[in-house]
Write a protein that binds this ligand. Structure first.
Ligand code: SF4
Length: 429
C-alpha cells in the first residue's frame, strides 16, 4: 500500500506543492557495477577488479566490452561457491590475481576491489583485503575497495561508492582562508574542459575535479574547499566531504542552459565574481544553447513524459524538460529523494508535480499505461517490453554515458528525447 504525502517546496522560487509517493516493491534497476563503465574511462590509471560471480563478469563484459579499444581497465576475479572455511583460500587467490595483474600492468596506480552481491563475496572482508594489498604494493599502487552490489542500490550509486572510498585518501588542504573550488562527479573530459574555461574566464582559477583523470593527482580537501556537485547521485560522497570540512555550494545541476547558468552562478556567488563579469562570460554560450534548444522545442513542447526510477538524474532532467522545452511531466520516479541535495531542483518544478520515491514496478507500469505518455524514461529491462506495447522509450543509462552537462551539450541532451519521438512518428506515418 502506498501513501501520498503532499509537501511544500522548501525554496521560495515555487510555492506550489509537489507530492511524493513513497513506494516499495519489486524494482527494475541495474547494479552499481555499471558505474565502472564510465569511471574506468575517466580515471585513466585505475583498474577496477570486480570480486564477483560469473554473472558479474558477464554484466560488465557485455555492458562495457564493446566500448574498449585498448587493454581493458576492468576485470572480474570470480569467486565460486564456497563455505566460510574456504575463505582463507579465497583471500590467497585474490592476492595471486592482484599480484599477476599488477605485474602485467605496471601502469596501474590505483586498484579498486569492487564488491558484488553473491553471498560468497559478501562473506569476504574486502576492506581488509584492500588494506593488506595496499601494504604489499605500496608505494606504487594504492588499493581501495567499494561495493557495486545490486542489493538495495541503483546503478549510479556505484560512482557514489567509488568516490566515497577515495575521500579518506584525499590529501588535507592547508587552511589559508582562500577558498578553492572542487567539482564533484564524473564529467566527460570535453565537459570538464568547457567548465574549467568558463570558471577561469570569470576569475575562478583554483579549481579541481573529482574524480581526477589521474589517480595520483588527487585534489586536496579541507575547510577552505567549496564544492559543487556535478551529479545528483553523490549523497554519501557529499557527506564524507562535509566531514572533511568542505562546504557544499547548493545549486541546481548543470543540465540545460538554465541549470548550467544556476550551477555556475552558485560558484560565482561563493567566489565573489561580479554580476557583469558573470554575464559577460556566460552570455554567448548561454544564448547559443538557448537558440539550439528552441530548435528542439518544436519536437518536444506539449509532449508528456513519464520517468521510472533509475539513474537519480530524473528530477533535474524533468526540471530541464519542463522549463526549457515545455514538456508535460506525468510522473517522476526516483530511486531516492535527497531533499537537501535536490532542494533547488524541487523548487523549480511546475505546480502539482507527482514524484514517486522507490519503486513498485507493477503499480508503476499500471500508472504509466493509464497516463499514456508520449515518451517513457526507464531502465533497459523495461524498455523493450514497453516499446513492444507501443510506447516510446529512452534508456536512463544512456543519459549517464553521454556528455549532457553544460551549455554546449544542452541541445544534445534535448535531442536524446526528441530523436526517439521523431523516429516513432516516422514509423507511424
Ligand atoms: S553485483 Fe549482483 S546484481 Fe550486479 S551483476 Fe553481480 S550478481 Fe548481478
Amino acid at each position: 500500500m502506498t501513501a501520498v504525502i503532499p509537501i511544500h517546496a522548501e525554496a521560495s522560487a515555487c510555492d506550489a506543492p509537489y507530492t511524493v509517493r513513497p513506494e516499495k516493491g519489486q524494482r527494475e534497476v541495474f547494479c552499481g557495477l555499471t558505474g565502472i563503465i564510465w569511471l574506468h574511462r575517466k580515471i585513466q590509471d585505475a583498474f577496477f577488479l570486480v570480486v564477483g560471480s560469473r554473472t558479474c563478469a558477464h554484466l560488465i563484459q557485455s555492458a562495457a566490452g564493446v566500448m574498449i579499444f585498448a587493454e581493458p581497465r576492468f576485470g572480474t576475479a570470480i569467486i565460486d561457491e564456497r563455505d566460510l572455511a574456504g575463505l582463507a583460500d579465497c583471500n590467497d587467490e585474490l592476492d595471486k590475481v592482484v599480484d599477476k595483474l599488477l605485474r602485467r600492468r605496471p601502469d596501474i596506480r590505483t586498484l579498486f576491489l569492487v564488491g558484488s552481491c553473491p553471498s560468497e563475496v559478501i562473506k569476504l572482508d574486502l576492506s581488509r583485503a584492500a588494506q593488506r594489498l595496499s601494504r604489499q604494493h605500496n608505494p606504487g599502487v594504492r588499493v581501495l575497495n567499494y561495493s557495486g552490489s545490486g542489493i538495495e542500490t541503483t546503478f549510479t550509486q556505484g560512482e557514489d561508492a567509488c568516490l566515497n572510498a577515495m575521500v579518506p585518501v584525499l590529501p588535507a588542504a592547508p587552511v589559508t582562508g582562500a577558498p578553492r573550488l572542487l567539482i564533484v562527479g564524473t564529467l566527460a573530459d570535453v565537459v570538464e574542459d568547457q567548465m574549467r574555461r568558463l570558471l577561469t574566464d570569470m576569475g575562478i582559477t583554483e579549481v579541481d575535479f573529482f574524480p581526477p583523470r589521474n589517480s595520483t593527482m588527487l585534489p586536496s580537501v579541507g575547510p577552505d574547499t567549496r564544492y559543487l556537485l556535478a551529479q545528483p547521485f553523490l549523497a554519501d560522497t557529499a557527506q564524507s566531504l562535509d566531514a572533511r570540512g568542505a562546504q557544499r555550494l547548493a545549486s541546481s545541476f548543470p543540465l540545460g542552459a538554465e541549470g548550467t547558468t544556476l550551477w555556475l552562478k552558485a560558484a560565482a556567488k561563493a567566489f565573489g565574481v561580479a554580476g557583469d563579469v558573470f554575464d559577460a562570460v556566460t552570455r554567448a554560450p548561454r544564448e547559443r544553447a538557448e537558440a539550439a534548444l528552441l530548435r528542439q522545442k518544436v519536437h518536444l513542447e506539449g509532449k508528456k513524459i513519464f520517468f521510472f526510477p533509475d539513474s537519480q538524474l530524473e528530477i533535474p532532467l524533468a526540471r530541464f524538460l519542463s522549463r526549457e522545452l515545455g514538456m508535460v511531466l506525468s510522473e517522476i520516479g526516483t530511486p531516492y529523494l535527497h531533499r537537501k541535495l535536490m532542494a533547488e531542483e524541487l523548487a523549480l518544478l511546475p505546480a502539482n508535480t507527482q514524484i514517486t520515491e522507490g519503486q513498485h514496478v507493477e503499480n508503476q507500469l499500471d500508472r504509466c499505461h493509464a497516463a499514456a505518455p508520449d515518451i517513457v524514461v526507464c531502465g533497459l529491462g523495461l524498455a523493450n517490453p514497453l516499446e513492444a506495447q507501443g510506447l516510446t522509450t529512452k534508456w536512463a543509462i544512456e543519459l549517464v554515458f553521454t556528455p549532457i552537462q553544460g551549455y554546449e551539450q544542452a541541445a544534445d541532451l534535448a535531442e536524446l528525447f526528441s530523436r526517439p519521438l521523431r523516429r516513432r512518428m516516422k514509423l507511424a506515418a
